[in-house]
Design a protein around this ligand. Sequence first.
Ligand SMILES: Nc1ncnc2c1ncn2[C@@H]1O[C@H](COP(=O)(O)O)[C@@H](OP(=O)(O)O)[C@H]1O
Ligand SMILES: [Mg+2]
Ligand SMILES: [Mg+2]
Ligand SMILES: [Mg+2]
Length: 352
Amino acid sequence: MSLTSPEAFSVEKRVAIAAVRRACLVTCTVFNQLVRDRTDTLKKEDESPVTVGDYAAQAVINTILKNAFPKDPIVGEEGADALRQESNARLRERVVSLAINALQEDLIDGEKAQWGLGSQHERSSEALLKAIDEGNDMGGPNKRMWTVDPIDGTKGFLRGGQYAVCLSLIVNSQVVLGVIGCPNIQIHPASSDEGKGCIFVAVRGQGAFQITLSGTGAIKLPYFPSEKSYVLQSEEPKHSNIPLIRRVSDELHLTEWGMDSQAKYCCLARGEGAVYLRMPAPTVGGKQPYEERIWDHAPGSILVEEAGGKITDSEGAPLRFGLGRGMGENRGFVATVDEELHGRVLSAIKRA
Ligand SMILES: Nc1ncnc2c1ncn2[C@@H]1O[C@H](COP(=O)(O)O)[C@@H](OP(=O)(O)O)[C@H]1O
Ligand SMILES: [Mg+2]
Ligand SMILES: [Mg+2]
Ligand SMILES: [Mg+2]
């Protein structure tokens, strides 16, 4: 079977959707019960936040992936070191209980039995911490590997904005499958009647789709030709070069639209915006420039491509998913729904 045959990656797709759905169950529970008092959040070394939701969602996804594909390495954002510290015992207990609940919940498709969670061993605290640490692979060029970002846009998650549960499969540096769960995205872009919560799915050569969080109502993307043309960009000012994006937007007569997480790629793939522009923030105080991570862009990039769009770095070069956990020198990313606009954005960046 070739990489692009119609049946390619059908098992991987099914498992990935199930994993993302269960992880979304965790994040929704955490938001409703825990986030409000902020006590279940830690600061990482780079000062970025991480919540019980990030850890528990990664434990759930990795447990499911390792049961289905024991030999596949996983490049995941989080690690369990902080949870092993005695001072974080309460946090650890929360993570374990959230993960166990999500893995055991009977979702509509009744697929629970497949994950092999019957044994006492797999429900133990140590087994779930180990599952989080399965995400410690270093990535690289000539292999098949998964990327996991259990909560992308943790800052958006904490402020009740957009966030995304993100999973991708990369084979020999090429993204072949992307699944993104967005519990806070409206099912219909222009109407709140249908409620919130979508999963976006793309397989190389098979197109891009949106389904609801409960797995129904598949819609091929793009399906929503927007009237206005937006430039999607980070909500978080430290993550990009806001003045430069403003100059480019002005030149192209586009309106800026700030949003957290890879939900930006999802909106673009639906046809809600014209461009997603991410330019590196200027570095301050002799700090090293930020290196983008593969789990932050692999699923979103295939979604945009399979919806008929184009994505490159800001100089027009392809994104690099085979270098390791990071993506190398950061020259910014440009994703558009149409090819002609992509060229105009690259030219506008040169002038800006
Ligand atoms: N200085 C920086 N520049 C660009 N991206 C950064 C950054 N610091 C952190 N990030 C990444 O930006 C992601 C969020 O992107 P966005 O700004 O589009 O919402 C974060 O993902 P996490 O929230 O998973 O940590 C994090 O990996
Ligand atoms: Mg993070
Ligand atoms: Mg992220
Ligand atoms: Mg994250």
